[in-house]
Design a protein around this ligand. Structure first.
Ligand code: SF4
Length: 285
């Protein structure tokens, strides 16, 4: 199987992303987020490892590329702790920029700052995932990821370096992080121009982790998902009217602070004020 493929997030009917390719330099991810979706598809997911023969394989595949947009990465963070030592993602970016690709980096890590020189060579953007402004809460739901403060600092440095940067507030979990006014206000103050928001979707293994990390919340939201929720593809979603309410509130806040707004795999594209994944930022520099 090839390293680069068409972006098709688990064949979601609700994906509204523009056409793009996707590529993961690593298999698995050491951030160990309780809500992670990829862990239900990939064995030993929280044990992060580089892909076998990554660089020679990518060199071979990249010959066929014609400057497409590549999203890196959608099933793992391209900047796990290992990357600081191994530099594999950097080598991949060197190959892809040589082939004129446009790059969209999705990460929670400040290691991305190391590669701004490469990213600035082509139309590129960084999408930082920040689910809460509260470091203590982030430690519970994303135990091994960089703290929220560190991610906010990273976002600020990227914006100041004139690097197009969006923030993914993904996922929103009811009663946990559904009040995001402070985060959105802070994002506006550092110059973020786009947010992408998505609600938590239940998979059996992420539900198990969430129930262990936040048992009281799990009891509260259980009926919302398992009695009133909707089954869409292989996920259990919140009921549509509740998702709409959450998203309308987030959209209003984004508008108040002049931030563009998109949702991810929600089927609510009528709420979008720009391309859902923030890819309009690629040409904003
Ligand atoms: S950073 Fe993303 S891929 Fe990694 S564990 Fe968290 S949700 Fe999963």
């Amino acid at each position: 199987m090839g390293l680069i493929s068409q972006f098709d997030p688990w064949r979601s009917k609700l994906c509204t992303c523009p056409s793009k390719l996707t590529f993961n330099p690593y298999t698995g991810c050491d951030h160990s987020c309780v809500y992670c979706y990829a862990s239900s598809y990939i064995p030993k997911f929280f044990f992060c490892r580089p892909k076998k023969d990554l660089i020679p394989k990518l060199e071979r595949e990249a010959i066929k590329l014609k400057g497409e947009l590549i999203s890196i990465a959608n099933s793992s963070d391209p900047y796990p702790n290992l990357e600081a030592k191994m530099g594999l993602t950097r080598k991949c970016l060197e190959i892809l920029t040589r082939h004129n690709c446009k790059l969209q980096i999705i990460t929670k890590s400040k290691i991305v700052l190391r590669d701004v020189d490469l990213l600035r060579k082509k139309p590129s953007m960084v999408s930082l995932t920040i689910t809460t402004i509260d470091d203590e809460l982030a430690k519970v739901i994303e135990p091994h990821a960089p703290s929220s403060s560190e991610r906010l600092k990273t976002a600020e440095i990227l914006v100041n370096a004139d690097m197009p940067t969006s923030v993914r507030i993904d996922p929103i979990i009811p009663f946990v992080n559904d009040n995001q006014e402070n985060l959105i206000k802070t994002l506006a103050s550092i110059g973020i121009k786009h947010i992408t928001v998505s609600t938590y979707k239940v998979k059996p293994d992420n539900w198990q982790r969430l129930s262990m990390a936040l048992p009281k919340t799990a009891e509260k939201i259980k009926p919302l998902y398992f009695e009133k929720g909707e089954r869409i593809g292989r996920y259990t979603y919140l009921p549509k009217n509740l998702r709409l309410k959450i998203m309308e509130k987030m959209r209003l806040m984004a508008k108040r602070y002049s931030i563009k707004f998109g949702t991810c795999r929600e089927g609510l594209s009528h709420l979008h004020t720009a391309s859902c994944d923030g890819s309009w930022l690629l040409y904003s520099r």
